[in-house]
Design a protein around this ligand. Sequence first.
Ligand SMILES: [Mg+2]
Length: 243
Amino acid sequence: MSKRWKLILFDLDNTFYSNEHSWEHGIPHAIQAMNYPEAIEAEDFYRTFKQMTEELLGAFERREMNLTEYRRERYIRTVRHWGREVEEEEADRFHRHFASKVMEFVKPFPMLLETIKALSDEYKLGIVTNGPQDHQHQKIDRLGLKEWFGEHNMINSQQVGMSKPEPGIFKHALEKLGGEPETTLFIGDSWEADIVGSMDLGMDAIWINTFMKKPSTEHKPLAIIDRFDELLPLVHRLKQGRS
Ligand SMILES: [Mg+2]
């Protein structure tokens, strides 16, 4: 059966670029800029910082802490791992280094620009992303996608006050972009947030399984690919009903 989508919605982190790559490469520079008196291995720091981020992200998304508190707390908890008890000033200083260094390593996946360009000729496009608004816009800028994504079509959990997979954020996106679930395709890397969230609302979904994970539910997306550059030919095949 051929598909007649009008709207294509994307996730951002780990769908358009590798967030892990940017952190892994950015964090050593951020640590270097901090000039710690004790020896802190970048790899250990990355692992601990990532773990603290995962632990605290939910509280931030539930608005139990604001963005500044969340960013300070994940740093304070990270360096506690090395027995350091630090003031907020140091956490803020780290965040400034971290944010600017990590952003330098935000690199588009192969075929990103070409794919977005081609799809924008045929479909209305949008992004639904969990994450702080300021960063998500900077990433779009870094990825060279400003022409296609901006305030009007980037739906952000911080702004909406709900995060994927909550149905509310998907409904908000459809309302804002004038779409219907039946004619919308969602593309993302997170099974729980992107695939389960969008499919539960009646959208079609394509899973970009960049981490080679196993699905945690029985949902059946239209297709599963493991690299972004497989997306454009796949969408064309699905549209023509050949897949
Ligand atoms: Mg993602």
